[in-house]
Design a protein. Structure first.
Length: 251
């Protein structure tokens, strides 16, 4: 018998009251695979992640996640004047495993410091969260997800608003996580970066495509996924089409 998938959705339909916001989602990702979730603004990427963490009950179908996933939310509603250090933020990851009412044990501090080290923030361990740059804050939150030591990580647009150096560092961490056999779901607007994943899932209110990037990321799928937000950069026979998307950020 094949091992059960680490993450799966079957006949999934999700919404917020007035009919489905996302429907027809059906995919499976085996343990140790990386899956890129592509889609325009409002396509349903965050909605899918919310269902996978159990925050949103399906209108139809079901979701499956092996264990308790670590989740990096797209928008942090963290108060920036709240006096916590980068180390405190990383330590919050260990709250997921219980004993939250006791002071952190040495092993937990060690894990949090190691996570900060991995994301290149060892020197900023005692810096207040609000005093970090945007890219550093994102990395501190990634450290929190790492501290959870989860088999499945759900990262919602981890690169949005992040400087190139932070993005490069985060990509290296994702490669490590993959080689450790963890399952990664990463949503992004960057079509080109999707090609380095094992699988891609294209959403636009419904599932447009799912599969290996080489099979799924053709011009037709991208046009159906992004509509007029798609800009084709280059198209040559026998080569994957190169494209970028226009994205709109809420600020
Ligand atoms: N809390 C909510 N209440 C009602 N509708 C919502 C809510 N959150 C999202 N939606 C709707 O669900 C649909 C999918 O939104 P979602 O946030 O999942 O898109 P997304 O792909 O994450 O977009 P973005 O790239 O902008 O982050 C949209 O039509 C959106 O308006
Ligand atoms: Mg989103």
């Amino acid at each position: 018998m094949a091992p059960p998938p680490a993450v799966a959705a079957h006949g999934l339909s999700l919404g917020y009251g007035a009919g489905p916001a996302l429907e027809g989602v059906h995919f499976e990702a085996a343990a140790g695979t990386t899956l890129c979730v592509l889609g325009p603004n409002g396509g349903g990427k965050t909605t899918l992640f919310r269902a996978l963490i159990g925050d949103l009950r399906p209108l139809a179908g079901d979701v499956h996640v092996a264990g308790r996933p670590a989740y990096l939310a797209q928008t942090e509603r963290t108060r920036l004047d709240f006096p916590v250090s980068a180390l405190d933020v990383a330590l919050m990851g260990s709250l997921a495993s219980g004993r939250w009412w006791l002071p952190p044990r040495r092993a937990e501090r060690h894990a949090a410091l190691a996570a900060l080290e991995r994301v290149g923030l060892a020197a900023q361990a005692d810096t207040l969260f609000g005093e970090l740059s945007g890219g550093q804050r994102r990395r501190a939150l990634l450290a929190r997800a790492l501290t959870q030591d989860a088999a499945v990580l759900l990262l919602d647009e981890p690169f949005a608003g992040v400087d190139p150096a932070s993005a490069e560092l985060m990509t290296a961490v994702f490669d490590e996580l993959r080689s450790e056999g963890r399952t990664l779901l990463v949503s992004t607007h960057d079509v080109e970066s999707a090609r380095s994943f094992d699988l891609v899932l294209c959403l636009n209110g419904l599932q447009v495509a799912f599969g290996a990037p080489g099979e799924s990321l053709g011009r037709e799928v991208l046009e159906t996924t992004y509509g007029s937000d798609l800009v084709i950069l280059e198209e040559a026979p026998e080569r994957p089409v190169r494209a970028i998307t226009v994205q709109h950020h809420e600020h």
